[in-house]
Ligand binder design. Structure first.
Ligand code: NIG
Ligand code: FE
Length: 408
């Protein structure tokens, strides 16, 4: 059969084996093929194997010059659309203020909400575009982007529309999530806003198809488990997948709710303990860890090693946002998960590809295998481990998305 493309000259092709992660899936199952080739037709992979075993006829051959190839990375957790900056927070934190105390005093996320409210859709797109390009250049071929910097349905929908608009300009697969981030600062408005979210915002976002998933931030300074449970119930009723920001500073029941609600993933988990690890191990909700937050805020790293040892499927995201993780590189997030969360390089690759795809509900993404999207990276070196080893330089030489080279 005639193919569009045959990629040859691959020193090592490395991919997770088999379909998406499930409970108990080993994090170690990597397939490494030396002297490999990939055939591509209509944006999808049709054949993978040793170059010498290829017998079909391609339309075009591209030789990558003896370099390593890995699946395109999947960044399952970003907040790439925001306005303003958090440089004053950063400086205050270097003098001892904490992220939570800044938020409690009306700054932090709330200051970003105020700055974002003043921006037009075009401004938001213009600001978000270079951030997403940076993630793509670092190897991300699929990226989840959350709203969450709006205090009104109109502001949240404006952010979701900005995500869709920037997605239309970029080659990556970009998936929008509605994030219900923090309640109004004035406690008297809290119940009203919750009602507005459940009765107006979520139904409106569903009707206008502005997002695929709904996420809620559960924390002492954000929403309670009971409030989040209500929002997730409404979200599910409207056909959304669900996710949670959970156990970032306090372990107050977010993981348990995520499991109860059948969430795709629970994200953060810095404060999770043995009980949460055991519950995740007994269920299929993915544990998404965000090492950029531990680095930037200096908080305890999520227990990646213990989660994996217990049999939990772990994913990794950048959590790109101005306050807790100004990390503009998805491959650096993998590299940090090895240093901070105790993952091996193999595990980091699985967590940043196939498991991260599962955390977004995707089954044709994150692997180099026949039937999957032709999203892959050509590294500078011939050994794939440079992807995880390198700090402060970009180990990614070429980014291919849907069978097209979008960056070199
Ligand atoms: O995932 N902690 C909640 N939300 C984001 C941070 C957003 C911000 O600080 O602007 C997070 O860490
Ligand atoms: Fe986040």
């Amino acid at each position: 059969m005639k193919q569009d493309l045959l990629i040859t000259g691959i020193s090592q092709l490395v991919t997770a084996e088999g379909p998406g992660s499930k409970r108990g899936r080993s994090m170690h199952e990597l397939k490494i093929i030396a002297e490999a080739a990939i055939a591509v037709c209509s944006g999808f992979i049709t054949w993978v194997g040793k170059e010498s075993d290829w017998t079909g006829e391609p339309a075009t051959t591209v030789d990558v010059g003896g370099r390593a190839v890995v699946p395109g990375l999947v960044d399952p957790h970003t907040h790439a659309v925001w306005a303003g900056d958090r440089l004053n927070d950063f400086e205050a934190r270097t003098s001892g203020a904490t992220y939570e105390s800044i938020l409690a005093a009306g700054g932090g996320i709330r200051s970003t909400i105020r700055a974002t409210a003043t921006k037009s859709l075009d401004d938001l797109v213009a600001d978000a575009s270079p951030r997403l390009k940076s993630l793509i250049g670092s190897g991300a071929t699929t990226i989840e982007v959350k709203s969450g910097y709006g205090f009104t349905p109109v502001a949240e929908c404006n952010i979701l529309e900005a995500i869709l608009a920037v997605a239309a300009q970029l080659p990556a697969q970009i998936l929008p999530t509605l994030l219900i981030h923090v309640p109004p600062a004035n406690n008297g408005e809290r119940a009203n806003y919750l009602t507005t979210v459940c009765e107006e915002l979520i139904p409106d976002v569903a009707r206008r198809k502005l997002a695929r998933a709904v996420d809620v931030f559960i924390e002492k300074e954000a929403w309670t488990v009971a409030e989040a449970e209500l929002m997730l119930r409404v979200a599910r009723k409207h056909g959304f997948a669900t996710k949670l920001h959970s156990d970032q500073f306090h372990c107050i029941g977010g993981v348990e709710l995520g499991i109860r609600a059948g969430a795709l993933s629970v994200d953060h988990l810095e404060a999770s303990g043995a009980e949460q690890i055991a519950q995740l191990a007994a269920n299929s909700t993915i544990a998404t860890i965000l090492p950029g937050v531990s680095l930037h805020l200096g908080i305890r790293a999520a227990p990646g090693r213990r989660l994996i040892d217990a049999g939990v499927a772990v994913a990794i995201g950048t959590d790109l946002n101005p306050g807790s993780s100004p990390l503009f590189s998805t491959s650096a997030a993998l590299a940090l998960a090895v240093r901070l969360n105790g993952l091996t390089a193999h595990e980091a690759l699985v967590a940043g590809t196939v498991n991260a795809a599962c955390a977004l509900g995707l089954t044709d993404t994150g692997r180099i295998e026949a039937g999957c999207r032709a999203d892959f990276l050509v590294l500078h070196g011939k050994d794939w481990r440079e992807l995880i080893y390198t700090l402060g330089a970009n180990p990614v030489c070429e980014v291919w998305i849907g069978g097209r080279r979008v960056q070199r």
